[in-house]
Design a protein around this ligand. Structure first.
Ligand code: ADP
Ligand code: MG
Length: 250
């Protein structure tokens, strides 16, 4: 259960988030959409306790800094240095090692292997991470988060640089995982996830809309969010944004 009340974040005098209020049940899947600079990453960082904020954030009743061990974080790909001289296995094992004083436990290796298998990357176990394609690196980053077995998964643009087949596979896996986890995903392409999204947040410094996909995803709200009219198709109980990737400039 994540509760956010009157949340604001400032970087010096620049207001990145203003008066955010939302409640998210456990287990569930939340998708966050918004234009570049809307404060999406900042909101994730506030939940993770990585930025200073005003207001209240409670994660299963705890403050973010006291709830870190419940949360696995996959940062936005273009914000991390992917030119690192590490093998795939090191990338996945690294966050597991820091929990212990020394050595690798067999259990950690097993978890790392299982996570890589889930994203179809186990055969790259010994490969150099920097030699992989962007989409493959994303899958390894996802495995790294999965291997931590956290109750809460926080994924910043996990689909960027992935092809449509990888995207659909990732979405299917997240659909299964959300039965037992709280998953928060920032994405510009909600379409692969519409069927498993419990809550959709349209964010542009403030909350433009928050609710179920059917409540929130309509042409008026998308226009308020991005400043352009994008067709939204309603099919049975599901909505799709035409063009899929609404990665639009403000
Ligand atoms: N460390 C920082 N210092 C100063 N300004 C920042 C910092 N991080 C983000 N910002 C600014 O805050 C706003 C929101 O950024 P961000 O949360 O990264 O947006 P998004 O993820 O939606 O693209 C942007 O205007 C960005 O330039
Ligand atoms: Mg971002």
């Amino acid at each position: 259960m994540i509760e956010i009340e009157n949340l604001s974040v400032k970087y010096d005098s620049h207001v990145a988030l203003e008066d955010i209020n939302l409640k998210l049940e456990h287990p569930s899947l939340l998708v966050i959409m918004g234009p570049n600079g809307a404060g999406k990453t900042t909101l994730l960082k506030a939940i993770l306790g990585l930025v200073k904020y005003e207001g209240e954030i409670r994660i299963f009743g705890k403050k973010p800094e006291d709830a870190r061990n419940m949360m696995g974080y996959m940062p936005q790909r273009d914000k991390v240095n992917t030119n690192i001289p590490l093998r795939v296995k090191d990338v996945v094992l690294m966050p597991l090692l820091s929990k212990y004083y020394f050595g690798i436990r067999m259990e950690d290796v097993k978890n790392a292997k299982r996570a890589l298998e889930r994203v179809n990357m186990l055969h790259y176990w010994d490969k150099n991470f920097s030699a992989l394609s962007g989409g493959e690196q994303q899958r390894v980053f996802l495995a790294r988060v999965l291997a931590q077995n956290s109750k809460i998964l926080i994924l910043d643009e996990p689909f960027s640089a992935t092809d449509v087949s990888t995207k659909m596979k990732m979405a299917k896996m997240l659909h299964k995982l959300k039965r037992e986890k709280t998953i928060i995903i920032v994405t510009h392409d909600v379409n692969p996830l519409v069927e498993c999204t419990d809550k959709l947040l349209l964010l542009r410094k403030r909350v433009i809309a928050y609710g179920t996909v059917t409540e929130v995803l309509n042409e008026e709200n998308v226009e308020r969010l991005y400043g352009v009219r994008v067709p939204v198709i309603r099919k049975e109980n599901v909505c799709y944004v035409v063009g899929g990737d609404v990665h639009l400039q403000r």
